[in-house]
Design a protein around this ligand. Structure first.
Ligand code: 5GP
Ligand code: ZN
Length: 136
């Protein structure tokens, strides 16, 4: 399969690995948003949150929790952003599910954690909730 993250897992493309187990692989992002920016991926190829198995999703989130603690301590971060993009519309560039762990510091100037806050229309909010609940 022509997937760069599958090739990283196979060792066909070099990476700076920080962790691996039977389900998960974690390595440093090549374009770090901040020092310590790490990517966590499932070994089994899944493009996005809709495709990944529950077992692999569980393994990924467990690794994200464990690595976030190590990254916060090791890099001495003030905080951590956890980011995961699904689909082109959401800005996903690499079509192999990955979770970004991004260390943050007070006043670091990175602008990914805030968007313009504007009060929503309560009818639209409640209508959206009904549409979601109808699919559960
Ligand atoms: P996203 O798909 O969530 O927008 O981001 C993909 C991420 O993968 C980017 O942050 C990018 O820097 C990272 N990335 C893309 N290609 C490689 C690569 O070959 N090696 C590593 N280590 N990271 C990569
Ligand atoms: Zn892949």
């Amino acid at each position: 399969m022509d997937c760069i993250f599958c090739k990283i897992i196979q060792g066909e493309i070099p990476s700076v690995k920080v962790y691996e187990d039977d389900k998960v692989f974690a390595f440093m992002d090549i374009n770090p948003l901040s020092s310590g920016h790490t990517l966590v991926i499932p070994r089994t190829h899944a493009e996005n949150i809709f495709e990944i198995s529950e077992q692999d999703a569980t393994a990924v989130i467990k690794a994200v929790k464990m690595l976030s603690t190590a990254i916060k301590k090791g890099i001495q971060a003030d905080g951590i952003n956890i980011l995961q993009l699904n689909g082109k519309a959401a800005g996903q560039l690499v079509p192999h599910l990955h979770v970004h762990i991004i260390p943050r510091w007070i006043g670091d100037g990175i602008t990914i954690s805030h968007w313009p806050m504007k009060a929503g229309d309560m009818k639209e909010i409640a209508g959206a909730a009904e549409k979601i609940k109808a699919e559960l």
